[in-house]
Design a protein around this ligand. Structure first.
Ligand code: ZN
Ligand code: ZN
Length: 360
């Protein structure tokens, strides 16, 4: 049914000029985003060192993946040893609840690790400022001119943002260019080789969740496997060596967990402090360098919310934001003309967008 206010009559232009086209051309897809031929996806032409998987839906960083493969293999080894021995024993002999909680924690750790490793960390779009303001040339600079920085007001302080020559854009505050991935990353904390990805705005919560769940899981594995080995020797009246043989999976899970729990706990403690202060790892290192070079108190942190509770809530509960990269999307080009009516009048556009008569 047609709405009474909507007419079925084609719209007629009130303009007497036949060259003027009042309605935009009804094209699908729109002329502003016409897929290129041959059809390509964004990740196939994206000039960075990231590795893409599943047609651009997943990505990792640009450095060597072996550290990530080793750490993931360690997580899987501890989980498999615990599942095959300790978990089964607790399920049948003591408390199925402990086995269920342990299984949940192992799965949470693995899923948070994979989400951190394969998610877009917040890669900033390129070419937003292709023509930055440059200082005047001087004979001493050798022709290399660095674009002027910009000063932004953040609350009561001023934050200086610099131009990224690679990404051709002014980096927003708290963003950094990762040399390993060759990208600017929003709210960049650091590049973590153990997950083979940058840690930025879009995966920092997953990273913190991974550290917390890993420490809790390791503590659970250590306690349950130690109790398993102890009760084996007590209930069956066997010596410790026989207990190790019968609970070999628990012994492996216990030994590996004891080795791993210390560095992961130290990393969790470090990031807990950063969370409470609302600073990133890069900012903390920069402040440390500032303290070493310039005596006295470092400049105040303009991004803090004033209390540790607010900082914690802001960093962990803020929205991840959209992926500007959208690597799975189809590559398009803008085919809109400045004034398409001039084409019909025998005029043409040259490469610079200027209009000239068509040679007939
Ligand atoms: Zn950059
Ligand atoms: Zn990186």
């Amino acid at each position: 049914m047609v709405h009474p206010l909507v007419s079925n009559r084609p719209y007629s232009s009130p303009s007497p000029n036949n060259i003027f086209i009042p309605d935009p051309p009804n094209t699908s897809p729109p002329l502003s985003a016409v897929p290129v031929i041959p059809r390509k996806r964004v990740y196939q032409i994206y000039p960075s060192r990231n590795r893409f998987f599943c047609s651009g839906r997943l990505l990792t960083g640009g450095d060597s993946p072996w550290a990530f493969i080793a750490s993931f293999a360690l997580v899987i080894a501890i989980s498999a040893a615990w599942f095959s021995s300790t978990c089964v024993w607790w399920w049948h002999n003591q408390s199925p609840a402990v086995a269920a909680v342990g299984a949940y924690m192992c799965l949470l750790t693995v899923s948070c690790m994979l989400a951190t490793a394969f998610r877009d960390p917040g890669i900033l779009p390129r070419n937003l400022d292709p023509d930055p303001p440059l200082p005047a040339t001087s004979p001493s600079d050798g022709g290399v001119r660095v674009p002027y920085p910009r000063d932004l007001k953040v609350r009561t302080d001023t934050v200086r943002v610099k131009y990224c020559q690679t990404c051709k854009t002014y980096r927003p505050p708290r963003s950094s260019h990762c040399r390993l991935c060759d990208n600017c990353v929003d709210n960049c904390d650091h590049h973590c080789q153990w997950v083979n990805n940058c840690i930025g705005r879009r995966n920092y919560t997953f990273f913190c969740c991974f550290l917390l769940s890993a420490v809790l899981t390791l503590c659970l594995v250590i306690c349950t496997s130690a109790i398993h080995l102890y009760l084996l020797t007590q209930m069956d009246h066997i010596d410790f060596r026989d207990g190790l043989n019968r609970g070999a999976g628990s012994a492996v899970a216990f030994s590996l967990s004891i080795l791993v729990v210390w560095p992961v706990t130290a990393l969790l403690a470090y990031h807990t402090r950063l969370l409470l202060l609302n600073i990133t790892t890069i900012e903390q290192i920069r402040n440390q360098a500032h303290k070493t070079l310039i005596p006295g108190t470092p400049p105040p942190n303009p991004f803090t919310y004033g209390s540790w509770r607010s900082n914690l809530a802001e960093v962990l509960c803020r929205p991840a934001g959209v992926s500007w990269l959208n690597a799975h999307a189809v590559v398009t080009e803008d085919r809109r003309r400045v004034n398409p009516g001039l084409d019909e009048a025998g005029w043409d556009h040259d490469d610079l967008g200027q209009v000239r008569p068509t040679a007939v």
